[in-house]
Write a protein that binds this ligand. Structure first.
Ligand code: ATP
Length: 300
């Protein structure tokens, strides 16, 4: 019996957003809108997305002992995430400094802060959370060695889901644990390097699968997704919606997929559900603010 449907091991950032008429060049100062501060970071986003769907969710992350850390913890708790695994201190909370111009183009500077201090030792110290979790998900906004330690600490019979974002080449040990590895086209190309040149998304999914994951999901934005496993490659049809803001769609998709897999769904079934969750998320502004409840997904 597992206490958690999903344990998310990952980042938590405060997104500091300022709207500008024009993004500044070198040496330039521009005036912008009032500052908006939003809870974000891929780990925190996935945890909130899963909990909002009804998954019993825990987050293993690190934030600073500061205002942004408290904002992030409050947002997790308000969505029903168990924050017993959120460590506090060691560095300031991670922040993303975001300027957005009227066309929606942005410039982002990330200070990983406390996320860079989430260590393999922190993973080992959270052994009881791993033992209690049916599915564990991670991303790459924390040190790679912490992700490696995560796969080494999976409980017998639990399942590991990885969204390698921001992408970088992955050790064989991590690839072999993924079931599935969830990538968008950009991430697929970075992980595959030269072998991704040319070819269709289906080809890339097959080449990725040959690198060792037990399964692969390629997300294709408004085009839906692809699922690749030993059973072959299957398309997941897109859900037609009027997209307003795609921020966090990938996090919502990953969280939903992980939760459904933990509930015993087959991979294609879980991906079809996740596509619906991603579709609802893009119809609303923001990341965590855009994530739907299960009832809202049903209503789509
Ligand atoms: P992000 O990095 O912006 O969070 P991503 O690039 O990792 O996202 P996407 O492929 O953009 O991930 O989106 C994840 C999933 O959400 C898609 O596979 C799809 O199912 C759904 N989705 C995204 N955009 C749309 C859209 N415009 N219309 C319908 N569904 C969408």
């Amino acid at each position: 019996m597992y206490d958690y449907d999903l344990l998310v091991v990952g980042s938590a950032n405060a997104d500091l957003v300022i709207g500008v008429e024009r993004r500044p060049g070198a040496g330039e100062t521009v005036l912008g809108s009032d500052l908006a501060v939003h809870p974000g970071g891929k780990g925190a986003n996935q945890a909130v997305a899963a909990a909002r769907l009804g998954a019993r969710t825990a987050l293993l992350a690190r934030v600073g002992d500061d205002t942004h850390g408290r904002l992030l913890l409050d947002a997790q708790r308000a969505s029903g995430v168990d924050t017993v695994g959120v460590l506090v201190g060691g560095a300031p909370t991670g922040v993303a400094l975001i300027t957005v111009d009227p066309s929606g183009d942005n410039s982002i500077v990330v200070s990983p802060g406390a996320n860079a201090r989430l260590t393999p030792g922190d993973v080992r110290a959270a052994a009881s959370l791993f033992q209690a979790s049916r599915v564990v998900s991670a991303q790459l906004e924390i040190p790679l060695e912490t992700v490696v330690e995560t796969v080494r600490n999976l409980a017998e019979g639990s399942r590991f889901v990885l969204n390698p974002s921001p992408p970088r080449p992955l050790p064989t040990e991590v690839l072999a644990a993924c079931d599935p590895l969830i990538v968008n086209e950009h991430e697929a190309k970075v992980i595959l390097g030269d072998s991704a040149v040319g070819g269709s998304p289906e080809d890339r999914a097959r080449i990725l699968l040959a690198k060792g994951p037990r399964s692969v999901v390629v997300t294709l934005g408004a085009e839906g997704a692809l699922v690749a496993s030993a059973q072959g490659v299957t398309r997941v049809a897109p859900v037609k919606v009027d997209a307003v803001d795609t921020t966090g769609a990938g996090d919502a998709f990953t969280a939903a997929l992980a939760w459904r897999l933990g509930r015993g769904a087959a991979l294609t079934e879980a991906a079809a559900y996740a596509a619906r969750v991603g579709a609802v998320a893009v119809t609303r502004e923001g990341a965590q603010a855009s994530f739907p409840t299960a009832a809202e997904v049903e209503a789509l």
